[in-house]
Design a protein around this ligand. Structure first.
Ligand code: CA
Length: 373
């Protein structure tokens, strides 16, 4: 009997026989049994909370779902290649897969930085909605094809913090002459405000801040910033992260390697990324506030909001910077137009949903409290 008709017969028998087959030694189909051993380089320190562990989780889920048919060894930044050579390693096929953040590749393809985060742009869930329902995935694939890779969203940090400073930031002018580590479009905005911008991978931030080769930095948020001990070298911790309201992390795959995968393994990689994307965001939401309390209460960090004046100034500059980029680069224009169109929709819905609810929850009323704390 032909193998496919055999399977159909067996499947029909299963349906007719009900649960009797469950738990039996039902033969597994021998389709697509080719095994793949891949390597994944990352821009993160090995097992760094949320980011490096997210990459490890991706490899683990893919291994489990494929029963080892696609097995991926994960390397931290610097283990195989330096953090910022990860894309080169994947593009050239030296390794099959990478994990990082899209704005790290803005020097290769300008439009990539729009996929990570847009200053004053979209929240994590809005970014995900754009990727899944508003053409974002297709545009991201177009951007990454320029680098010979396939793209998946693979984690989201949620709203980040504004950064660590040793001087008070009272007016927009305080950015003038400030040497700050800040990637992506946010970095372009700080540059437009008169700052000097440095792009460093995470692992190089703590020594740079400690040695004073930068005056200020942003990294992610309390959970990650505590892990790096950034409070040891900076006094003021500003919020919100206007520059990264919901940063999308990435899984990028060498296009030839991707095209060699059978369809079922491609589906596993796609849905494993979907799972990791949500899991990483949940981890940040769960961990950030405890970490913030530790920073403030145990390490004496001074928590400061950016003034509305500074935020309005930065917002205006962000618009100018993005318009300039888009007018010089058609692909950036295409991505930016799509994002800004969706942002308008998302903002309108948010006004009567999450923003309205946040206001309602914050009103002054007597409420039930947990029995401890
Ligand atoms: Ca950041």
């Amino acid at each position: 009997m032909h193998r496919r008709s055999l399977m159909r017969t067996l499947a029909a028998g299963t349906a007719a026989g009900g649960a009797a087959v469950a738990g039996s030694t039902f033969p597994k189909p021998a389709l697509g049994q080719e095994r793949f051993e891949w390597r994944m380089v990352t821009t993160w320190p090995k097992n760094f909370p949320g980011l490096g562990t997210g990459a490890e989780l991706l490899a683990q889920i893919i291994d489990e779902m494929s029963e080892g048919r696609l097995s991926i060894t994960v390397y931290g930044a610097g283990e195989l290649v330096p953090a910022f050579e990860s894309m080169d390693a994947v593009q050239s096929g030296t390794v099959e897969m990478g994990h990082g953040a899209p704005y790290y590749w803005k020097g290769k393809v300008t439009a990539s930085q729009f996929l990570a985060a847009v200053p004053f742009g979209m929240t994590a869930q809005e970014q995900n909605a754009w990727f899944q329902y508003a053409g974002g995935q297709e545009l991201a694939d177009k951007v990454y094809a320029e680098m010979g890779t396939k793209f998946f969203p693979s984690g989201n940090t949620g709203t980040q913090m504004g950064g660590w400073f040793n001087v008070e930031m009272n007016t927009l002018d305080d950015y003038r002459g400030l040497k700050m580590r800040i990637p992506g479009l946010g970095g372009e905005v700080v540059k437009a405000a008169g700052g000097t911008v440095v792009n460093l991978p995470g692992g190089e931030i703590p020594p740079a801040l400690q040695q004073g080769s930068i005056d200020a930095t942003e990294w992610v948020g309390p959970y990650n910033d505590l892990a790096f001990g950034l409070y040891k070298s900076a006094r003021y911790y500003y919020y919100p992260g206007w520059h990264e309201p919901g940063t999308t992390l990435e899984n990028f795959i060498n296009l030839d390697a991707w095209n060699r995968l059978p369809a079922d393994l491609q589906a596993i990689v796609a849905y494993a990324n979907r799972a990791v994307n949500q899991t990483v965001l949940s981890e940040f939401v769960a961990r950030n506030n405890d970490a913030l309390n530790t920073l403030v209460n145990e390490h004496g960090v001074e928590l400061r909001p950016f003034s509305d004046d500074i935020l309005q100034g930065l917002g205006g500059l962000a618009g100018e910077v993005m318009n300039d980029l888009a007018s010089n680069d058609p692909l950036s224009r295409e991505v930016m137009d799509s994002i800004l169109g969706f942002r308008r929709t998302a903002q309108a819905w948010s006004a009567v949903s999450e923003e309205a609810f946040s206001h309602a929850r914050g009103l002054d009323f007597q409420f039930a409290t947990p029995s401890r704390g």
